[in-house]
Design a protein around this ligand. Structure first.
Ligand SMILES: Cc1cc2nc3c(=O)[nH]c(=O)nc-3n(C[C@H](O)[C@H](O)[C@H](O)COP(=O)(O)O)c2cc1C
Length: 177
């Protein structure tokens, strides 16, 4: 099996992080993986905010504890927030489509690269889908109208067990023609 497929199997959403801090260099590597992600017309419709100051990390975690969800976020040691930026598509394509048409897909890909690089570095990650966007904007001095691509919690997993993946069966999701 390829190392990459092995990495895909090992990456899992981590919802309990240990006390071990995340090294600055590892955060840099995760952002670098995000930066290298492919995107439509190479428009790169993203920017990244890496949060490592522990007082800010705690405040972001608080913003993610919404609707009684994600109580475990209190154990996160860092966050990478991916912001949606203006996509500059080639004129041929942008005359048919809204300029941000591909951005969501591109941001999803960038989130995956960040999480896979985190796994390669021995870090746990979990994308969170529920958070107080306005408060995060306030905390990080992000313009309020900015769309988020992803909020990713990071840290060292408090245990190393790799759970079996819950996925649709291979034969149910593919057709070879
Ligand atoms: C956009 C997005 C939002 C998510 N939001 C949450 C969340 O708020 N809380 C959580 O515990 N997991 C969240 N997850 C993690 C998913 O539940 C997880 O990826 C899925 O169950 C597959 O499990 P795995 O990542 O361990 O393979 C989110 C994942 C994505 C991609």
């Amino acid at each position: 099996m390829s190392d990459f497929l092995e990495l895909c199997k090992q990456r899992q959403s981590c919802r309990s992080f240990s006390e071990q801090p995340v090294e600055h260099d590892k955060l840099v590597q995760c952002v670098e993986a995000g930066r290298l992600t492919h995107s439509a017309c190479n428009a790169q419709p993203w920017s990244f905010v890496a949060v490592e100051s522990q007082d800010v990390v705690s405040q972001i975690a608080e913003c993610g504890r919404q609707l009684n969800q994600n109580a475990w976020l209190g154990t996160a040691k860092a966050f990478i927030i991916i912001l949606e930026e203006h996509a500059v598509l080639s004129p041929v394509i942008s005359c048919f489509l809204d300029s941000q048409y591909y951005a969501k897909g591109d941001l999803g890909a960038a989130s995956a690269y960040v999480c896979l690089e985190a796994a390669a570095q021995g870090l746990g990650s979990c994308i969170i889908g529920i958070y107080d966007r306005k408060k995060i904007c306030e905390l990080l001095n992000i313009p309020e109208e900015k769309q988020f691509g992803a909020v990713i919690a990071l840290g060292y997993p408090s245990n190393d067990t790799v759970r079996p993946k819950k996925r649709k069966a291979f034969e149910d999701i593919v057709r070879f023609v």
